[in-house]
Design a protein around this ligand. Structure first.
Ligand code: IPM
Ligand code: MG
Length: 349
């Protein structure tokens, strides 16, 4: 009986977690769910975004399912005030989730929902592999009245292990990796590039590797998105590029993500599965949030977290078929509510 820790979080989070649990209960009656307050909700209750108890529960779980965190009521520039995002960063670090996988595959039924012309996005099927526990996100931070700094640091081992994740993923796909850096300016990027090439040469000669500067990559993602297969990059670049890539699908409300560590076997950590979109405070409580990215995150959890491939594929194809049949939530230019979207997918399942 798999134990899933659920973290509904803030904003639309609870509204999309509820249908996700409905979906999971439809797939199996054998899940055991354990819900914890997280993000802003945990700040309101306990004064911190991630409590020790929640982190300990996540470590014990078979997988962690997260909806969304954050909201204007917790926005602050005070370095000493708690912020919902600290929960997310603490969880990534605490569980050692160094590899963030963000697949971007526009569904043909939604080609016309993308701001890009259909010809541009046709055939796009890419995977962003974002390093998630290093770089400027976690480097030393300083602040005085007159200046502030954030250190960007990467060890060779950190680059080595994320490069392997990217090459392994490419092997199951179209065997192409674009390694994205800023080697014309940054020392961390120059070492990143060297390490990626060493790993490539040692074990992955069957994969076509290219180096792409991050500014150029931002442009190519719009100009020729279908050329990309796997994009591997450091934490901050991956954050930015994955939001950009999300728009290829027509809405950021469509994108799931998986954050993985060394794996559950042995002493490894469980994976964390969450939509790429945020807590959308502007529509929270109105019942119109798009639950599809959450459903697709459930699919990633079934596949990467629990090894339930056929159940994962069933969820993905139910989402595809519901869209083919005309399901459109508001972010996709339609009028379907969260409840209607949920019904449509469950009916297909
Ligand atoms: C993401 C988010 C987070 C990040 C925020 C909420 C801290 O933007 O998962 O992409 O920057 O990693
Ligand atoms: Mg982001």
């Amino acid at each position: 009986m798999p134990t899933i820790v659920t973290l509904p979080g803030d904003g639309i989070g609870p509204e999309i977690m509820k249908p996700a649990l409905e979906l999971l209960r439809t797939i199996s009656e054998d899940f055991s769910f354990e819900e914890h307050a997280f993000g802003g909700a945990a700040i309101d209750l306990y004064g911190v975004a991630l409590t020790d108890e929640t982190l300990a529960a996540c470590k014990q779980a078979d997988a962690v399912l997260l909806a969304a965190v954050g909201g204007p009521q917790w926005d602050t520039t005070d370095p000493d005030a708690p912020r919902p995002e600290q929960g997310l960063l603490g969880l990534r670090k605490g569980l050692g989730l160094f590899a963030n996988l963000r697949p971007v595959r526009p569904v043909p039924a939604l080609y016309d929902a993308s701001p890009l012309k259909r010809e541009r996005i046709e055939g796009t099927d890419l995977l962003v592999v974002r390093e998630l526990t290093g770089g400027i996100y976690f480097g030393e931070k300083t602040r005085t009245a007159r200046s502030a700094s954030d250190l960007c640091e990467y060890s060779v081992d950190e680059v080595d292990r994320i490069a392997r994740v990217a090459f392994d993923a490419a092997r199951t796909r179209r065997k192409k990796v674009a390694s994205v850096d800023k080697a014309n300016v940054l020392e961390t990027s120059r070492q990143w590039r060297e390490v990626v090439h060493i790993v490539h040469k040692a074990k992955y000669n069957d994969i076509a590797l290219t180096d792409v500067l991050v500014d150029n990559c931002a442009m190519q993602l719009i100009a020729r998105p279908s050329e990309f297969d796997v994009i591997v990059t450091e934490n901050l670049f991956g954050d930015i590029l994955s939001d950009e890539a999300a728009m290829l699908t027509g809405s950021i409300g469509m994108l799931p993500s998986a954050s993985l560590g060394e794996g559950r076997a042995g002493s490894g950590s469980p994976g964390l599965f969450e939509p790429v979109h945020g807590s959308a405070p502007d529509i929270a409580g109105t019942g119109v949030a798009n639950p599809l990215a959450m459903f697709l995150s459930v699919a990633l959890m079934l596949r990467n977290g629990l090894g339930w491939e056929s159940e994962a594929a069933a969820v993905e194809s139910a989402v595809d078929r519901a869209l083919d049949a005309g399901l459109r939530t508001r972010d996709l230019g339609g009028a379907a509510t969260t409840a209607e979207a949920t019904r449509a997918v469950l009916d297909e399942l």
